[in-house]
Design a binder for this molecule. Structure first.
Ligand SMILES: [Zn+2]
Length: 262
């Protein structure tokens, strides 16, 4: 029940800001009213041709195996196991038909393709993780929303609070941050409290409580790629997904093999 103390505090935050990840931390059932499944506005996913070139993905150095887990946030939440049943309705953000899953799913698949082309073995994972999932790196992809003011924007990245691989996780966050900022041009969302306990204690990180979580030693980060409620962010996260996917792939590569960028 170690989750309860930090999460109970978050109820107040959630009431004010509706951070999406609150949905994922097993509380605030009212927030699941933002469920985007079945939205009539699937047309909002219309892709726009990229306006900036995606960066190159260098090949990974030969002679090693690189195993990457990329989770598409909120993908197939209805299939979550009994231990996470309370999240089955947590289908992610949806603002005027701009759905979080219409960022997380295509971007995860495209980043995976790019990493495979570079030589990695990549699993694209839905909301349900394999038990005690192990990889060289795990990154969960999400998008945020600011339903009240619609003024917040930008990306943010957090490492697992539970990890037994602290140094590697911190390095992963730094590398993702470096590439995502440089390659997408999106600003960082550095508001105090912007990185919530719900990000740090994401259910997929919480191997202490859930079987369907990463292993203790898998370096792990969660990314909020931008706000679905911000027009400028949407231009990138919906309109330039090749660039977004390439930025994530490069961030992961920079962590796995910094020498590839030398
Ligand atoms: Zn999310």
């Amino acid at each position: 029940m170690q989750l309860l103390a930090p999460l109970s505090r978050l109820r107040h935050t959630a009431a004010l800001t509706l951070p999406l990840l609150v949905l994922l931390a097993l509380q605030v059932p009212a927030a699941t009213a933002d469920d985007g499944w079945g939205s009539q506005l699937a047309l909002a996913t219309t892709s726009v041709s990229d306006v900036a070139p995606a960066p190159e993905i260098p090949p990974l150095p030969a002679g090693r195996t690189y195993h990457v887990g990329l989770q598409a946030g909120h993908w197939r939440t209805a299939e979550l196991p009994a231990e996470l049943a309370v999240l089955r309705d947590a289908a992610g953000g949806d603002f005027d038909g701009y759905r979080e899953v219409d960022v997380s799913v295509p971007v995860a698949h495209r980043a995976a393709e790019l990493l495979r082309q570079a030589g990695a073995i990549v699993d694209v994972l839905p909301a349900t993780l394999p038990p005690a999932y192990k990889a060289d790196v795990f990154v969960s992809l999400h998008a945020d929303q600011d339903l009240h003011q619609q003024t917040w924007r930008g990306y943010k990245i957090a490492g697992s609070a539970y990890t037994a691989a602290r140094d590697q996780t911190d390095q992963l966050v730094d590398d993702l941050d470096w590439e995502y900022a440089a390659d997408t041009g999106l600003p960082i969302d550095a508001r105090p409290g912007g990185i919530t306990e719900d990000m740090l204690r994401y259910y997929g990180f919480n191997y202490r409580h859930f079987l369907h979580a990463i292993s203790a030693t898998t370096p792990a980060a969660i990314m909020e790629l931008g706000f679905v409620t911000d027009a400028a962010d949407r231009e990138v996260i919906f309109g330039q997904q090749e660039r977004v996917a390439a930025a994530i792939a490069r961030g992961i590569e920079r962590y796995l093999a910094p020498e590839a960028f030398a």
